[in-house]
Unconditional design. Structure first.
Length: 66
């Protein structure tokens, strides 16, 4: 098990981007009428958070020392 338990800049950034994606997607579904374009932007942000994490981890931001 990792000594940092996910408390790294890469993990926190990915979580924040994913939360933003969920927020944008929820707003798209709550609009009247439902705005599917905004919803899908939220989905793309959520999936994009995995890419953000992978890139930041490769750059070395997955260590607790940062």
């Amino acid at each position: 098990m990792s000594a940092n338990h996910g408390n790294t800049p890469a993990a926190w950034t990915a979580v924040m981007v994913c939360m933003l994606g969920f927020l944008v997607g929820a707003v798209g579904l709550l609009l009247d009428p439902v705005n599917m374009t905004v919803f899908w932007v939220g989905v793309v942000l959520g999936v994009g958070s995995l890419v953000v994490y992978a890139v930041m981890a490769r750059l070395g931001y997955n260590d607790a020392e940062h």
